[in-house]
Design a binder for this molecule. Sequence first.
Ligand SMILES: C[S@@+](CC[C@H](N)C(=O)[O-])C[C@H]1O[C@@H](n2cnc3c(N)ncnc32)[C@H](O)[C@@H]1O
Length: 323
Amino acid sequence: MADWVRSCPRGAEPPFYALHAGGRSYRDGVTVLEVIQRSTEFLTQKGVESARLQAEWLLARVLGMPRLQLYLNFARGLTDAEVDQVRQLVKRRGQREPLQHLLGTTSFCGLELKVNPCVLVPRPETEALAEHAWQFLAKRQAGASAVLDFGTGSGCLAITLAVRCPHARLHALDVSAEALAIARENAAAHGVAERIAFCLGDGFAALAPEQTFDLIIANPPYVPTAEIAALMPEVRDHDPRVALDGGPDGLEFYRRLAATARDRLRAEDGRMMLEFGDGQAERLRDVFGLHKWVVERVEADYTDRPRILVVGPPHERRAAEAG
Ligand SMILES: C[S@@+](CC[C@H](N)C(=O)[O-])C[C@H]1O[C@@H](n2cnc3c(N)ncnc32)[C@H](O)[C@@H]1O
């Protein structure tokens, strides 16, 4: 282990700012490369995954340059002000604040979105749900499709679909007013705010009774309550609890959707696409089967894990519409 790490007691400041080596402040002439190396070791010591990458993102943000440009600037010295800024960020990352909260943004399906502690940080696996949704909408012939994003959070799904599917009309609903405010901001930043109706409230109660949809998508809270305490600190302590807690077995929201979404799906070829957690697929088949939904397929995310349930209108409704 490097000397500077050994000399830095656990929980102390990131070392290149606070300590002295041989009478010389680490701050004197500290370079981009040194900051990356020392921050990486500090973050590794704190149990942060992909520590080097994270250190680079934080330093790049402070220096106002694309991350890869750091590699062309390894010998550049930092000013005191820059050192102070990166110090604060690396310290907070060491305390397991999510990188996205420190940067204030994240990327979802190629779109930059604002995030803060009021919204779930959009996850890469949810991009697969967005992709299946826009493929579904692209195949539909009939005019403008009506889409509901149930539990919109940062607005990542609704905004992606609005950008990708110019003929879709979207509703984005959430029980959190703070989350809706961020979703609105993100929609405005991407020029699609006029095409999304933002609805505040508890589930379908937030919508007019007659409002129906061709597609309902949701990434509901699906962590079993008792498992929240064991999540990574970045998630457990920084994602909103209301975005995580899926009740005793994690399936509460799916039960609600299975029981109440049937009247909200407009056409026989309408679909509901739902993200779910590891190991929940089979139990969800039962939940939706119980309410006579047709489970059309289960799709995997980009790491090949079953992640998306696609269901269609219940049998009896299809039969009634056909007859
Ligand atoms: C797992 S987050 C998903 C956020 C976003 N769609 C995404 O994929 O990143 C679940 C969202 O559902 C919202 N939510 C929780 N309970 C709700 C309810 N009863 N009615 C509407 N939204 C709810 C939460 O506020 C949160 O934004």
